[in-house]
Design a protein around this ligand. Structure first.
Ligand SMILES: [Zn+2]
Length: 417
């Protein structure tokens, strides 16, 4: 029996009603409302047939696992995250978990509670990092890429330590690496997620197979000039640190548009002394560059550096760079991308492939060597992390049906591989 999209949508609305206020979803990780969402999921599991030998537990990093043992211990993992940002939307993360529950149930029913492979649902702990500033907490522990030493010192806005918030949820920060044990026997990981951007809506398409998550280069760039009186300093004598930064802000658009999916953003620019009567002596910019291709990313980084040096010289300034953060691109599994595209074509007749700009738990799973793919569904107006986040109901139907189809195809693929 195939998955029932109407039940998924009804469940999502039920979860939203339980965990939102007038400003949106409030399922912030390691808070009582998040716990309430997880308890809600547990009640849904309790209503499944008792003759199915379902195991439900948390791992050492607080990830929530539901397992139906199959004839083989090799497992198909379906998941996403129940946590949200403050004032978040009803679909980000929740769509993936609630659809995973539906598809898990459909598979269990199809095989009378004993599928050929073990089927697992995972609800990752703290994907958003909204409270402690550490995104992909649970999935990075699973992947073995987490940084306990850096995470230990983290606090939330009210000064509560991450370590203490974890302890309240029964997670010891010293043992989160034990979550890596969950990787054993994982043969494939599938995640359905809203796009959170405007690409599919612009193209008039409901669904896309995701090629991977883009790598990120994030830098602080400081131009040094000379503060000077705005009235007494002739134009030709100036060392204007803003002029150099402004040239770079325009140049990064040219740098990005040489590549079809690349993006470059100067999201912050501060000027000093920042008063109306002074030439800018120092400007501090941030640069965020993203692409799925590591070579493209490296080229864009080099070009931005070269151009910043050129513009600094033109304006008689100097420039220095310091890296804020970076992460490598994570391409998903080619065979699973093909299966995802076939599942989309079966369901929506037309398909598309696209990289993801935002990071996702799926990237950590893929980084740990488990074949992974994501399926995106269109986001209305491209808006997410906001209470107006939404997706057309007919598109949700297509997404849930295509994800069910992808899971069936992946079971066949595991069997054949
Ligand atoms: Zn998400």
């Amino acid at each position: 029996m195939p998955s029932n999209p109407d039940r998924v949508i009804a469940n999502l609305r039920e979860l939203a009603a339980l965990t939102s206020d007038p400003n949106g979803a409030q399922r912030l990780a390691f808070t009582p409302t998040w716990q309430k969402a997880r308890d809600w999921l547990a009640t849904k599991l309790n209503s499944l047939p008792t003759e199915w030998t379902i195991e439900h537990r948390r791992d050492a990093a607080g990830n929530n696992w539901v397992t139906l043992p199959g004839a083989s211990p090799k497992s198909l993992v379906l998941g996403s995250h129940l946590d949200s940002v403050p004032n978040g939307g009803w679909l980000d993360g929740a769509l993936g978990v609630v659809t995973a529950l539906e598809v898990f149930t459909a598979i269990a029913r199809d095989y009378n509670g004993r599928p050929p492979f073990t089927i697992r649902i995972v609800d990752w702990a703290d994907e958003e990092g909204a409270r402690f500033g550490r995104s992909l907490f649970g999935s990075s522990a699973f992947a073995g890429t987490q940084t306990i030493s850096q995470d230990r010192g983290r606090t939330d806005a009210s000064g509560i330590r991450l370590e203490d918030a974890l302890a309240q949820c029964g997670v010891s920060i010293d043992s989160i690496a034990d979550a890596q044990r969950e990787r054993a026997n994982a043969a494939a990981y599938l995640e359905l997620h809203i796009e959170q951007g405007p690409v599919l809506e612009t193209m008039g398409l409901p669904l896309a197979a995701v090629l991977g998550t883009k790598g990120v280069e994030r830098h602080a760039i400081t131009f040094h000039g000379q503060e000077a009186h705005s009235g007494s300093t002739p134009m030709r004598s100036r060392r204007d640190a803003l002029a150099a930064a402004a040239k770079l802000a325009l140049e990064i658009r040219t740098i990005a548009t040489r590549h079809p999916d690349a993006v470059c953003t100067i999201g912050s620019l501060k000027t000093f002394p920042g008063i109306v009567t002074a030439v800018v002596g120092r400007s501090e910019a941030t640069l965020d560059q993203r692409d799925l291709d590591a070579n493209v990313l490296a080229t864009m980084y080099r070009e931005a550096q070269e151009k910043s040096t050129q513009f600094a010289q033109e304006e008689h300034c100097t420039v220095d760079w310091s890296r804020i953060w970076n992460i490598a691109p994570e391409p998903f599994h080619p065979a699973l991308i093909d299966l995802c595209e076939q599942a989309i074509r079966d369901t929506a007749a037309t398909s598309h492939r696209m990289p993801s700009g935002p990071l996702h738990d799926a990237a950590e799973v893929s980084r740990s060597g488990i074949p992974t793919v994501m399926l995106f569904v269109q986001s209305l107006k491209g808006i997410s992390h906001n209470k107006i986040e939404d997706t057309r109901e007919d598109h949700l139907h297509l997404a849930i049906t295509a994800f069910d189809n992808l899971a069936s195809r992946t079971i066949d693929w595991i069997r054949a591989s």
